[in-house]
Design a protein. Structure first.
Length: 147
């Protein structure tokens, strides 16, 4: 398995607010402009049974299914796209009152990783560079409504 993304950022929001906001995966297109839509099942909160489909802005679709789920700590799902199998980990760490660090780790495996993994990693990191500030803004706004 090859690690292609490892990105951390801190948000001024309590752990539970940050977790709950990111767990609303159907809302991701509001901050992740590279995602057109997200459909998940079953309905309701994320769980170990969650699976779904992300439709990207270029029309490509990728499916995911949850493989690990520890509330308020992390969730990991696996998906596939362009001959890769991706393992996406979403890790949450409370840094203090009202501060949470979120870490996105993406690892890939499959026949095409050696050929295209670096290019995909570059594109994904570029998407995160655009998306993370919008996500932080949304989370901090959600936190300010609670205080």
């Amino acid at each position: 398995m090859k690690r292609i993304v490892d990105r951390s950022f801190t948000v001024l929001a309590p752990l539970e607010v940050a977790w709950n906001h990111l767990a609303e995966v159907e809302q991701w297109p509001t901050w992740a402009k590279h995602i057109r839509s997200v459909a998940k099942s079953p309905e309701g909160p994320l769980s170990l049974e969650t699976q779904g489909t992300l439709t990207l802005s270029n029309g490509a679709k990728t499916t995911f299914r949850m493989t690990e789920f520890e509330p308020l700590k992390h969730w990991k799902w696996v998906g596939s796209l362009f001959g890769f199998e991706f393992h996406y980990d979403h890790i949450f760490t409370e840094r203090g009152p009202g501060q949470t660090t979120i870490r996105f780790v993406v690892e890939a495996e499959g026949w095409s990783v050696a050929l295209f993994g670096s290019i995909f990693g570059w594109a994904y990191r570029r998407n995160l560079t655009r998306a993370v500030p919008l996500l932080v803004q949304e989370m901090e706004a959600a936190a300010s409504r609670i205080i």
